[in-house]
Design a protein around this ligand. Structure first.
Ligand code: AN7
Length: 352
């Protein structure tokens, strides 16, 4: 018998039913839960802080968990193509899973507003890529108009199969810790992922596989914080392009999760996001994308306010890999020094 890790559909078969011949996997999931050492120490956090490294999924984001199941179910339903609007990561995942299944992918992204790595993924996997003259919310309206067509399946997070797949990240956290954490911090865009985690934790709780439930703490970017403000944001703006969303698809559900878990949805500004983005890279050696750092910025913000008690267990989803958006990393770092090709020239610049 093979010991190959089979991906989340086969691992969590009882929760993700689909015909065997329709299963498409890139062996997503099984991502590490990684303890913060130097970042936690630097900020004198009283908690045990763990990062769920979702950037280590095959296309570099958590979207793979939802896409494996959404594309499998689309194939089972004899759909010919999958379609999505995206701030980048959904389109990368849709393109990759469609390629692996031999289906078409049609992706609609806001023109000039998605990270280059993500655009390159959609393109190289052979998706038909459309750039809409507008923002993500408008792109979503466009694809919803096509979703009635039985030949295509919409794979945004309004597709329930997406969220069913994404529950698997909560299952893995419970497996890693032996119980649920006290708090779970997570970035919020369309609010699909926070909804999926909460459902996942609840499922295991009902089955007696964890004794407690976490308080769910979701963070939007301040320039794109409709849930916090209580109204849609017409022109959302933030450095965290993945969560530049002004009218989230799962808005009500985010409010329900915050209420039911005794948690909250709050905002962090771009400065806080970028500071956390640099800190996790420079102190803990992990490179996440700016949107992912919103959850760490949230932890740091709450810690400053004395929110945590000593020894509490906090997990934090780092949703996507930093290599998706190298432009921001370069902007946020000192430029490389140009030198003559001589050891002495290098030595001049070193403080050894
Ligand atoms: C890195 O790809 O919406 O709250 O179209 O890429 O479940 O929407 C991406 C969202 C967080 C927010 N972090 O998750 C898309 C898209 C990263 C993301 C989110 C996204 P949701």
């Amino acid at each position: 018998m093979s010991n190959l890790y089979p991906g989340i559909i086969r691992k969590y078969r009882q929760y993700l039913p689909v015909a065997e011949a329709s299963i498409v996997t890139l062996h997503e999931g099984n991502t590490p839960l990684f303890e913060s050492v130097r970042l936690a120490k630097h900020y004198k956090l009283p908690i045990k802080l763990y990062f769920k490294l979702e950037g280590l999924n095959p296309t570099g984001s958590f979207k793979d968990r939802g896409m494996t199941y959404a594309v499998s179910k689309a194939h089972e339903a004899r759909s010919q193509a999958v379609i999505c609007a995206s701030t980048g990561n959904t389109s990368a995942a849709a393109a990759a899973y469609a390629a692996r299944m031999g289906m078409k992918a049609i992706v609609v992204v806001p023109q000039g507003k998605i990270a280059l790595g993500k655009l390159s993924q959609a393109q190289i996997h052979g998706a038909q890529v459309f750039q809409v003259k507008g923002n993500f919310d408008q792109a979503l309206e466009v694809v919803k108009e096509l979703a009635e067509n039985p030949k295509v399946t919409l794979v945004n997070s309004i597709n329930p199969h997406r969220l069913m797949g994404q529950e698997s990240a909560a299952f893995e956290i419970v497996e890693s810790l032996g119980d649920a954490p006290d708090f779970h911090f997570i970035p919020v865009g369309n609010a699909g992922n926070i909804t999926a985690y909460w459902r996942g934790f609840n499922r295991l709780h009902q089955e007696g596989k964890c004794k407690s439930l976490p308080k769910m703490c979701g963070f939007q970017a301040a320039g794109a914080a409709p849930i916090v403000l209580g109204h849609p944001v017409k022109n959302p703006d933030t450095v965290a392009s993945a969560i530049r969303i002004g009218n989230p698809a799962n808005w009500q559900s985010a409010l329900d999760v915050a209420r039911d878990s005794d948690g909250f949805i709050a905002a962090v500004d771009d400065e806080e996001i970028l500071s956390a983005y640099r800190a996790v890279a420079q102190l803990d050696g992990y490179f996440c994308e700016p949107a992912s750092a919103a959850s760490i910025a949230g932890v740091l913000k709450m810690a400053k306010q004395g929110f945590f008690q000593k020894g509490q267990i906090v997990t934090c989803t780092l949703t996507g890999h930093g290599l998706k958006d190298p432009d921001i990393a370069i902007q946020q770092s000192p430029p490389p020094v140009v030198i003559e090709p001589k050891g002495a020239a290098l030595l001049e610049h070193l403080k050894l």
